[in-house]
Write a protein that binds this ligand. Structure first.
Ligand code: ATP
Length: 248
C-alpha cells in the first residue's frame, strides 16, 4: 500500500473577497511525482505556496508524516525543498558559495556541506561551473542548479514550480531526466507545470485544479483511458471544454 507523506486537509485561501482555494483535500504518497495542473488562476501557485509555507492558509491543515506542519514549522521546513519558478540565486556569489549559504541556512556542518556538495555537483554535472558566479549561467543550467540547491539539505519532499518554463526542448528533456532521478532516489516531488507532455511523462498522478477546487486526480494512464484520448493534453482540453468559459 502507498504510504502517505503529505495529507492536505480542506485547505482554503481567501485574498480579500477572492476565494482562491475552496477546500482542497488530497494525499501525496511517499516517492511519487504528483503533477499539479490547471489553467491560469486555478490556484496552483496559491496551493504550492501554502505547502511551501510561504503563505498561511485561511483554513484547513496539512500533515507531514501524520503530524500537522503547523505544530513545528521548522522541522517541516527541514524536510522540504522548494524550487521557485524564477531563479532566486545570489547572482554575485559563485555556485559553491550559493550552495554553502543554503547548507548553512539549514544548519549543516562544514563537513556535511562538503560531502553533500560533492554528491550534488557530480549528480547534476555542475563541476565546471562551481567557481563561476551564478549570473553567468544559461537558463537551463540555472534551473538545474536551482534544483540541486533545493536538495542541499536532503529533503524528503521537493516542490518544483514550472521548472522547465521558457527552456528549449533539449534542456527540458535533460531536466526531465533529473526529475526522474529524484524520484528514483526516493524524493517525493510536487511538480507544477503548464506543459501537459511534461506532466504526462513525469507524473505518477496528476491533480487538475479548477477555480480553486480539485477537478480530478488520477494517473495519466487512467485519465487517457477514461477520456479515450491518446495524450494528456487532449484530456485537459476536453476537460476544460466541459465549460468553454474556462479555456485559457
Ligand atoms: P497561474 O498559472 O497563472 O500562475 P495559478 O493556478 O497559479 O495561476 P494562483 O496564482 O494561485 O493561480 O491564483 C488563484 C486566484 O487567486 C486567481 O484568481 C488570482 O487572481 C488570485 N490571487 C492570487 N494571488 C493573489 C493575491 N496576492 N491577492 C489577490 N488575489 C490573488
Amino acid at each position: 500500500m502507498n504510504k502517505i507523506l503529505l495529507s492536505i486537509k480542506n485547505i482554503k485561501k481567501t485574498y480579500g473577497q477572492k476565494e482562491a482555494l475552496k477546500g482542497i483535500s488530497l494525499d501525496v504518497y511517499k516517492g511519487e511525482i504528483l503533477g499539479l495542473l490547471g489553467v491560469n488562476g486555478a490556484g496552483k501557485t496559491t496551493l504550492s505556496s501554502i505547502i511551501a509555507t510561504l503563505i498561511p492558509a485561511t483554513e484547513g491543515d496539512i500533515e507531514f508524516n501524520g503530524v500537522s506542519i503547523y505544530n513545528d514549522l521548522a522541522s517541516y521546513r527541514a524536510q522540504l525543498g522548494f524550487c521557485p519558478q524564477r531563479p532566486n540565486l545570489n547572482p554575485q556569489l559563485t555556485l559553491e558559495q550559493n550552495l554553502r549559504l543554503s547548507g548553512s541556512y539549514y544548519g549543516m556542518t562544514e563537513e556535511q556541506i562538503d560531502a553533500r556538495m560533492a554528491t550534488l555537483t557530480a549528480q547534476f554535472e555542475l563541476a565546471p561551473f562551481l567557481h563561476q558566479r551564478a549570473l553567468v549561467l544559461s537558463g537551463g543550467y540555472k534551473q538545474r542548479f536551482m534544483i540541486a540547491r533545493s536538495l542541499m539539505h536532503s529533503p524528503q519532499l521537493v516542490l518544483l514550480d514550472e521548472p522547465t518554463v521558457a527552456l528549449d526542448p533539449h534542456i527540458r528533456r535533460q531536466l526531465w531526466a533529473i526529475i526522474k532521478e529524484l524520484k528514483k532516489s526516493g524524493v517525493t516531488v510536487i511538480l507544477t507545470t503548464h506543459y501537459l507532455d511534461e506532466a504526462e511523462v513525469l507524473s505518477d498522478r496528476v491533480c487538475v485544479l479548477d477555480h480553486g477546487q480539485i477537478k480530478l486526480i488520477d494517473t495519466p494512464e487512467k485519465l487517457k483511458a477514461d477520456f479515450k484520448m491518446n495524450n494528456l493534453e487532449d484530456v485537459f482540453i476536453a476537460l476544460m471544454q466541459e465549460d468553454p468559459a474556462k479555456i485559457i
